[in-house]
Ligand binder design. Structure first.
Ligand SMILES: *[C@@H]1O[C@H](CO)[C@@H](O)[C@H](O)[C@H]1NC(C)=O
Length: 310
């Protein structure tokens, strides 16, 4: 059993995750990068097959998330790899600027029918509200457009969006929530400057606030919901009280990630593999160290739930 405080248990029950009555764990998924070596080299279908096999072997997961369909021809390249390995994906469209969004839609709809079984959901944008690139209503309109395209193909793939938990909790996302068939809420205790000892509580508090608000706005608990991104980095600079290192990342995995799954909440971990070519920002190279595996596919710890007893 995951060890949580009664505070968390009470919060979870109050927020009606009682759908988990039989104790069905949530589904574990991973954000998957589309580049290898550097930003200019795109993964091939063979690279994706190798990634997906490793993810399955080391974690048992067979669900991934990508953030673009057109860049690196990611949709076209990934889909055959998903089919070959019996995996599925939540596929993201990069929603801005408008001419790029049209390219993303075209890259999706061309082959979506052929790969309908591989696509469990479509997200319109990632954190566009957080970056103030779109309003809730603008995002809702884009979601509606993609829903129309999917329907035109005779498919019923759920379409929604992914954004930071606080934009859901504070009402900014309401029009997009209303329009969506699937919702992903991102939450990083590291970027909230949390001590590792409080990081699990913070993730649960964030996600439950987002989920409660989503359920209120939808008027139902019957909405596909995922933690869209979470994890703890193994390198980079301290952020306030958050210290990135392997021990803390391992602690976060067994407590926060395994805990969420244990409560029946689907969770995408950001991310499967390190991306060492990502640039340092504000003198912090933390973006290179979010993988649960190294760039060479070595697990940084035993990637199972719950923690193995030794
Ligand atoms: C621990 O996390 C909770 C939930 O996010 C937060 O309310 C509280 O302020 C945090 N405590 C500390 C000491 O940071």
């Amino acid at each position: 059993m995951p060890s949580f405080t009664t505070f968390l248990k009470a919060a979870l029950l109050a927020f009606s995750i009682a759908a988990n009555a039989q104790g069905t764990p949530g589904t574990l998924g991973f954000a998957l990068g589309i580049h290898k070596i550097n930003d200019e080299t795109c993964k091939t279908t063979e690279d994706f097959v190798a990634d997906l096999k490793l993810i399955k072997e080391k974690t048992g997961s067979s669900v991934v998330r990508i953030y673009t369909t057109s860049q690196c021809e990611a949709f076209k390249t990934l889909m055959p790899a998903l089919k070959e390995t019996g995996s599925t994906a939540v596929v993201g469209l990069w929603a801005t600027p408008p001419d790029h969004f049209l390219k993303e839609i075209a890259a999706l709809t061309g082959d979506l029918k052929e790969y309908a079984d591989q696509v469990v959901g479509i997200t319109v944008g990632s954190e566009h509200l957080y970056r103030k690139e779109l309003t809730g209503q603008e995002l809702a309109d884009l979601i509606k457009k993609v829903q129309g395209e999917v329907k035109t193909l005779g498919l019923d793939t759920p379409v929604g969006f992914a954004d930071s938990w606080n934009l859901m909790a504070d009402g900014s996302a309401n029009p997009a929530i209303k329009q969506s068939d699937i919702i992903l809420a991102n939450a990083f205790s590291y970027w909230q400057g949390s001590k590792i000892t409080n990081s699990t509580q913070m993730l649960f508090d964030d996600i439950m606030q987002a989920l409660q608000h989503v359920q209120d706005v939808k008027g139902t608990i019957d909405i596909p919901f995922w933690v869209g991104e979470t994890n703890w980095p193994t390198g980079g600079k301290n952020f306030e009280d958050a210290v990135p290192n392997k021990d803390n990342a391992e602690t976060y995995w067994y407590s926060a990630v395994c805990g969420m799954l244990g409560w029946g909440v689907n969770t995408f971990v950001f991310e499967a593999f390190d991306e060492p070519w990502k640039p340092a920002e504000k003198n912090n190279d933390v973006e290179q160290h979010w993988g649960v595996m190294t760039v060479d596919g070595e697990p940084k710890w035993d990637l199972v739930c719950p923690k193995p007893s030794n």
